[in-house]
Ligand binder design. Structure first.
Ligand code: GLP
Length: 245
């Protein structure tokens, strides 16, 4: 990184210019996956800017998944096949989570039907007798790499038809004017069945995170009951803990 390149990066705040300098180096291939960046101090003195500015740029790039920080050993360009982090405190969709990390989400549909609910689905979604559900079973991928197997169950009255869902359920709900605002999520450890492991391209018995999410609309109605199996080697769920509140 040179001070000239930074000066040539426009007139915005310095940390933003440094961010685009680093992103540019990655795009041009000057920095590739797993490469170590110079230390915060080195970048600051090379560019003649403050360490606070460097830290701010690096922290944001880490939050965006472009860089990875390893305790005690520095900052690296995030590699393919590295773990994806998902903050646990925000209600986001798989599609949003992957795009925020610069990964391309894709879907392989396994089931997309209208069906009668199982007793637990009827209970969780507080369905009236004889109400039907839309059952969406998908393999979810990021940059072509299998990440999660997911079964989402939605009351049929919420969407015009199963085909209203293109690749993103939350996008389809939004188009229908429906927005989940709150969710309960439960995580537990599991080892994958032979069938699920095969779909996720890992050996049978591999560790996974089993996640159940029930999302609610502002009026308190449940909108989805989703059961997901996230590959244990591909995902970190990260939660911020504070002492107040
Ligand atoms: C995550 C959640 C699911 C939710 C899905 C929506 O994967 N675990 O409960 O249904 O996101 O994602 P999308 O809108 O990409 O289908």
């Amino acid at each position: 990184f040179t001070a000239e390149a930074l000066a040539g990066g426009g007139t915005g705040p310095l940390y933003l210019r440094l961010k685009s300098l680093i992103r540019g180096a990655i795009d041009k291939g000057a920095l590739t996956a797993q490469d170590a960046l110079p230390s915060e101090r080195e970048i600051a003195s090379q560019l003649d800017i403050s360490r606070v500015t460097v830290r701010k740029a690096l922290t944001e790039l880490v939050d965006e998944g472009v860089l990875t920080q390893k305790r005690g050993s520095g900052t690296y360009v995030t590699g393919q096949g590295q773990r994806v982090e998902q903050r646990l405190s925000r209600l986001t969709s798989f599609t949003e989570d992957m795009l925020a990390r610069g990964l391309m989400p894709s879907v392989k549909w396994l089931q997309k039907t209208v069906a009668s609910p199982s007793p637990d689905e009827a209970m969780v979604l507080a369905l009236s007798p004889n109400e039907r559900v839309i059952r969406l079973r998908r393999l979810r991928m990021a940059d072509g790499r299998p990440m999660a197997l997911e079964l989402a169950v939605v009351p049929a009255r919420m969407l015009a038809s199963p085909d209203a869902v293109g690749s993103s359920l939350y996008e389809a709900l939004q188009t229908a004017g429906i927005r989940p605002v709150r969710a309960m999520q439960r995580l537990s450890a599991e080892s994958l069945s032979a069938e699920d492991a095969e779909a996720l391209s890992v050996p049978a018995g591999s560790p996974a995170l089993y996640i159940e999410r029930i999302s609610y609309l502002a009026d308190g109605r449940a909108v989805e009951f989703t059961k997901s199996h996230y590959r244990g080697d591909a995902y970190d769920f990260v939660v911020e803990l504070t002492t107040s509140g």
